[in-house]
Design a binder for this molecule. Structure first.
Ligand SMILES: [Zn+2]
Ligand SMILES: [Zn+2]
Length: 112
C-alpha cells in the first residue's frame, strides 16, 4: 500500500511515477520504496530502502534519499513501517538538476 508520487521542478525535471510505500511482504524483506536523487545525473527515482545503498541507474553512484533531509526524532525513526507524506513534510525539496530548493512532490494517486 502506498502513494504514487512524482517529483516535478520548474526547471523541467520530472520523475517517473514513484510507488512510495511498503510491499506486502515488508516484514520479511524490509522492502519499501522512497524517493531518492542523484546530483550527478540530475534524476529522481524510487529506491528500495531495504538495500544498504541504492545505486543510480545511470552513473552507479550512491543515491541520496529525500527522507534523510528530514529531521526525524528518534521515536519517529523507529516507527515501522516508515511512512512519510512528502507533499506535507516540506513544500519544496532539493532538485538534483537545477540544484535549487524548488522541487515538489505531487500525488498521482494510491496503489494497493
Ligand atoms: Zn547518477
Ligand atoms: Zn530543478
Amino acid at each position: 500500500m502506498g502513494d504514487i508520487i512524482q517529483a516535478i521542478c520548474p526547471c523541467g525535471l520530472q520523475s517517473e511515477a514513484i510507488f512510495q510505500g511498503i510491499g506486502f511482504n515488508y516484514y520479511e524483506t524490509g522492502y519499501a520504496v522512497e524517493p531518492a536523487y542523484c546530483d550527478t545525473c540530475g534524476i529522481v527515482t524510487g529506491k528500495d530502502i531495504s538495500k544498504s545503498f541504492s545505486k543510480c541507474p545511470e552513473c552507479r553512484r550512491k543515491m541520496k534519499l529525500y527522507k534523510d533531509e528530514l529531521e526525524a526524532t528518534k521515536e519517529e525513526q523507529h516507527l515501522i513501517p516508515p511512512y512519510i507524506n512528502y507533499q506535507e513534510a516540506k513544500e519544496f525539496w532539493h532538485c538534483p538538476r537545477c540544484k535549487q530548493e524548488t522541487l515538489r512532490f505531487e500525488s498521482m494517486g494510491c496503489w494497493d
